[in-house]
Design a binder for this molecule. Structure first.
Ligand code: SF4
Ligand code: SF4
Length: 520
């Protein structure tokens, strides 16, 4: 009997039931650090309030022998889908959130466990297998959360606090590009030095007050790289404050990638600042939505920057904004990305006040589904080793169960160039306090006027969805703009639902190719 797991899962299974590898189960937050504007923040929050059924250290320590009289039953609802003629993907999206690929023997065991039975009976009913094999397979399925032990019911989902406070620093409102979907009214304003240092003080003041263990800074704009020296000085100051407060720090530069000098790259590397580059296509597909102020295309400059970063050993993450305009170029783009083995995320265009007059950006459901499936087919031919579970479906993240799409109103601060504090960068003009407040984050948390981050369990249409803890109901700002409500499912819901099985299929193939096989 064979199971294929991601390598961190295997280590966990071998860890005698302790939870010491929690962060590995949920994916290294750093691996997503370079995600696009809000997705980085969103993925961070995906760790927030996550839950899964835990393994009882006591039962594992007792060993399989003592569990033979325990009664096991398939966890419900388990999602099982074929991935090849001999393999099936199994996952429990509303429970543990874990995934594994299993062979026909394990599948038949799981099938039998649709109705409760003891391990003892299971062994007796499967004489073709060694008792030890049935025991170990059952234990592995149990540890993955695919089975319940009726003698010890799974614990209720536990609220887990995200240890990271994420802050967007709008270091400049200027940009050398004029992307059609940009939500900013740009001008030449930059964040003054004094404002920047007071912003850092405010962020860490809130972080300390609210007992965060880590602060993640996003240097953004506008085009933050237009103020590189400023960014470096801010980061050096933030590092000193972090040390004084005994809070760890991480940072990402969000950039259009038009120009990063070698010196800038060296400075970023020296400070371990990640880089996220926006890239929407190869050649004209990128140029169509991301031109310079004068209308000239920017692709060749971004391509040059990506090459320079890679040659320097700094791997950028690619943020792709998908609109109707670049749908047809996505297969070429994913080929470009996979050839360079770059981390990436696809983010669907969000209608906003600056771009609403452009009708050709808004995509149709069928168009988006077809285009993304075409992209997935390209990925299937060239599967990357890195997990794709947070990359493929807009704001959805299949890496771990979570209740909130993003950290809005909870663990996220957006600081504009004047020191105003907003809740979301896409709503940056709506500031609710300033960096002079004693605890800006508490004011953000208490605010009931602007964008509201509802739990997926409080969203109409989501409560019984099998994907709810991977999707969390989508971007609240987009939903509000489309429906006038925050407590309802995403306008992209049909797209998400259609694509989840396709994304799982890719993950199954990736596990088969790169995962850790267990033979019992
Ligand atoms: S938006 Fe749709 S796919 Fe997402 S949780 Fe709600 S119902 Fe499910
Ligand atoms: S409200 Fe939407 S745009 Fe703002 S941080 Fe959340 S997911 Fe991102």
């Amino acid at each position: 009997m064979n199971l294929w797991l991601d390598a961190p899962q295997l280590r966990f299974l071998n860890s005698n039931g302790t939870n010491e590898h929690d962060s590995e189960w949920y994916g290294d937050a750093n691996s997503q650090d370079c995600d696009p504007d809000c997705s980085s923040e969103c993925s961070e929050c995906r760790l927030d309030d996550s839950f899964r059924s835990s393994i009882s250290p006591a039962s594992i320590a007792e060993g399989c022998e003592s569990l033979r009289t325990h009664t096991f039953e398939q966890a419900k609802p388990l999602h099982i889908q074929p991935c090849t003629s001999e393999h099936w993907l199994v996952c429990h999206p509303t429970g543990s959130g874990q995934m594994a690929v299993v062979d026909e023997h394990v599948t038949s065991l799981l099938d039998r466990l649709r109705t409760p039975t003891t391990l003892h009976n299971l062994i007796a009913e499967h004489p073709a297998y060694l008792p030890g094999s049935v025991e170990q397979a059952t234990m592995a399925l149990y540890q993955l959360g695919f089975l319940n032990d009726l003698h010890s019911p799974p614990p209720l989902p536990a609220e887990q606090r995200n240890p990271t406070l994420t802050a967007w620093l709008h270091v400049t409102n200027a940009c050398n590009l004029r992307c059609d979907y940009c939500y900013l009214h740009k001008n030449s304003e930059r964040m003054a030095d004094d404002t920047a240092y007071r912003a850092i003080d405010a962020i860490f003041r809130s972080a300390a007050r609210q007992q965060f263990k880590r602060v993640k800074l996003k240097y953004a704009g506008g085009e933050a790289s237009l103020q590189m020296n400023h960014v470096m000085a801010i980061h050096d100051y933030a590092t000193r404050v972090a040390q004084e407060r005994d809070i760890s720090i991480g940072a990402t530069l969000l950039s259009n990638g038009v120009f990063l000098s070698q010196e800038a790259i060296n400075n970023l590397q020296a400070r371990q600042i990640g880089v996220m580059i926006s890239l929407d296509g190869v050649g004209t597909y990128h140029d169509r939505q991301r031109p310079f102020i004068g209308g000239r295309g920017s692709f060749k400059y971004v391509d040059r920057t990506i090459t320079r970063l890679l040659n320097s050993g700094l791997i950028p993450s690619i943020s792709v904004t998908v609109s109707q305009r670049n749908l047809d170029g996505l297969t070429d783009l994913i080929t470009y990305i996979l050839e360079r083995d770059l981390p990436f995320t696809f983010n669907y265009y969000r209608d906003n006040a600056c771009s609403e007059h452009l009708q050709d950006l808004q995509f149709g459901e069928a168009q988006m589904i077809a285009a993304m499936r075409a992209v997935f087919q390209v990925i299937e031919q060239r599967l990357p080793r890195r997990p794709l579970l947070g990359s493929l479906i807009d704001k959805a993240n299949l890496n771990s169960p979570h209740r909130y799409t993003c950290g809005v109103g909870n663990n996220y601060l957006v600081i504009d160039q004047h020191g105003g504090v907003a809740k979301c960068q896409a709503d940056i003009q709506r500031t609710i306090t300033t960096i002079d407040a004693d605890d800006p984050l508490q004011i953000v948390r208490d605010d009931r006027r602007g964008v509201q981050g509802f739990s997926v369990e409080d969203k109409e249409g989501c409560r019984s969805c099998q994907w709810r803890y991977w999707c969390a109901g989508g971007c609240p700002l987009l939903t509000y703009r489309a429906t006038g409500r925050y407590d309802i499912k995403s306008p992209n819901c049909n797209i998400y639902r259609a694509l989840f099985p396709n994304a799982l299929h890719l993950e199954a193939l990736r596990l088969l190719q790169y995962g850790s096989p267990i033979t019992v």
